[in-house]
Design a binder for this molecule. Structure first.
Ligand SMILES: [Zn+2]
Length: 87
């Protein structure tokens, strides 16, 4: 799963994780160390995708998660002061 959240209304943040891949036990390598390599690669890919969704706010310079971005380059913390947005 790739961790993600979304807004269900103005104040309710809900989990909306995305499946990265699916493997049955039969598909996993029989050797435990090989299975761990596969699982570790999936975890790393999930981490990489989540980290890649963060954006730097053009105003405050903070790294913001996608659910806390007002625009692709403006965080929800800065939008009220700059744009007059009321959340
Ligand atoms: Zn900001």
């Amino acid at each position: 799963m790739v961790y993600s959240q979304g807004w269900n209304g103005p104040s309710e943040l809900v989990a909306c994780h995305r499946r990265l891949s699916r493997h049955s036990w039969e598909e996993l390598p029989e050797q435990v160390d090989e299975a761990f390599v596969l699982v570790a690669a999936l975890i790393e890919e999930s981490r990489r995708q989540r980290a890649g969704a963060y954006r730097v706010c053009r105003h405050c310079g903070r790294n913001a998660s996608p659910e806390y971005l007002h625009d692709p380059d403006l965080c929800m913390g800065c939008a009220p002061g700059l744009l007059g947005i009321v959340y």
